[in-house]
Design a protein around this ligand. Structure first.
Ligand code: PLP
Length: 430
């Protein structure tokens, strides 16, 4: 593959945007400039075509430029856009859908990005509990804001240490966010004992997909639920990746554990900007969208017709078509195929995933938390993905990143991907 046009355009982009990309982790080598997307495929400036599993970090559950969703958006824009006063029929309809499908959601509020949703969930938790501290887990990502931007993909010597994700964060914000080990209830218990009556919320990705796919071990999520109840803490599931992708009821439905608050984004609107926070009425009513509420909630673009219409069309597709059956089946096909190839080639690996999400760690046991991932061969992980890209399969060429299958992917796409994987792996181990 040649990337000459991409590289030349990127040089231009660097002049007027720092690094030439508009989100930190979009900066990869080679410096791609993309021009077209359709279904399961994306096309770069050099007209290279890829089967896409990056899926823009997860929104595309139906596929790129999905006609049903786009048509609904175009249609709605014939009559409405944004008012900035009152509410809209689209907001009401969509709120009803979330209430209908998601076990923990009595009430919901819409915003535009996942980071906004997690920010609001944390502020609400602090208001409800009148406590300052929160607990997050090493390796989990909940957005870019100060309350959560620490101990994400930490360097190995910074794991569980004080590891701010950015310069410019207030010390107080960093130090009021405590960090625990995923799948380690003992560690959470101990942290709660050391910070007795000080913790407002526990926030987690119920499956930490920001480091690939670490499955919660039996009893872990329920254990957090129990600890939250015993200690008067708000339990927040950040379902920004798992929500809608792993089922209409989110992963909470499959896990049978009900959080107090949940955040949604990504797959909810199949690629259009949209996010939500939902939860128990007694907490949600504290937002000042409700007369007498004392927790600020606002946003000029909240509930925009584009995001609400796209969400309605996406959710209706999931209601009416076998979207989850299809993507779960293809996920199994991919994971089984990869396992078979690694076994045959004698490559040490742990193939994992849930439903439509998959990845292969190059290590020989199931990782239970971020620290275990030190055993993954990160160089191999990235090199493998770079070679896949050179052969027309797009997996993000960054260590620990996951892959996403959409309703537009076919068995043929999966089989082609497996053939290319085998070819690439054979070259790598030669
Ligand atoms: C689990 C999780 N929470 C929150 C966010 C932040 O969402 P956004 O990038 O829309 O602000 C992300 C983004 O990747 C995420 O994966």
């Amino acid at each position: 593959m040649k990337y000459d046009k991409s590289e030349a355009l990127h040089k231009d982009a660097m002049k007027t945007a720092p690094g030439g990309t508009h989100t930190a982790n979009r900066y990869v080598d080679p410096h791609f400039v993309f021009k077209k997307a359709n279904g399961a495929y994306i096309y770069d400036a050099d007209d290279n075509k890829y089967i896409d599993y990056q899926a823009a970090f997860g929104p595309f559950i139906l596929g790129h430029n999905y006609k049903t969703v786009n048509d609904r958006v175009f249609d709605v824009l014939q009559r409405t856009d944004l008012f900035g006063v009152g509410t809209t029929d689209l907001e009401i309809e969509l709120a009803n859908k979330l209430n209908e499908h998601i076990p923990s959601v009595d009430q919901v509020l819409f915003c535009n990005a996942g980071s906004e949703a997690t920010y609001h969930a944390i502020r609400l938790s602090r208001a409800v509990t009148e406590r300052k501290k929160i607990i997050k887990f090493q390796g989990c990502y909940h957005g870019w804001h100060d309350y959560v931007a620490r101990n994400m993909l930490s360097d190995w010597d910074k794991v569980m240490e004080r590891d701010p994700g950015s310069a410019g964060i207030l010390d107080e914000a960093i130090d009021n966010t405590l960090v625990c080990r995923f799948n380690d209830l003992g560690n959470v218990k101990q942290t709660l004992e050391e910070n007795k009556d000080e913790v407002a919320a526990i926030i987690l990705e119920p499956i930490p997909h920001n480091i690939g796919c670490i499955m919660p071990q039996d009893g872990f999520l329920q254990g957090l639920r129990d600890l939250a109840d015993e200690n008067g803490i708000i339990l927040i599931f950040d379902e920004i990746i798992t929500g809608f992708r792993h089922g209409l009821g989110g992963f909470q439905e499959a896990a049978g554990v009900t959080p107090d608050l949940t955040t949604f984004g990504k797959a909810m609107a199949n690629g259009f900007p949209m996010a939500a926070i939902g939860g128990k009425k007694k907490y949600m009513e504290r937002f000042n969208t409700n007369p007498g509420g004392d927790v600020w909630f606002a946003g000029t673009f909240n509930g925009h017709a584009v995001g609400t219409a796209a969400s309605l069309a996406t959710i209706e597709m999931m209601e009416n078509e076998p979207v989850h059956d299809h993507i779960f089946n293809l996920g199994d096909r991919m994971r089984n195929g990869l396992r078979e190839i690694y076994d045959r080639l004698g490559i040490e690996s742990y193939v994992t995933g849930y439903g439509s999400v998959y990845t292969s760690y190059f290590m020989n046991f199931e990782p239970k938390n971020y620290l275990d991932l030190k055993h993954n061969d990160g160089d191999f992980y990235v090199k493998y993905r770079r070679k896949l890209i050179d052969n027309g399969v797009f997996e993000m060429p960054v260590n620990l990143k996951r892959n996403h299958i959409s309703y537009s992917h076919t068995k043929g796409d999966i089989d082609t991907t497996l053939e290319i994987s085998e070819k690439v792996l054979k070259e790598m181990i030669k």
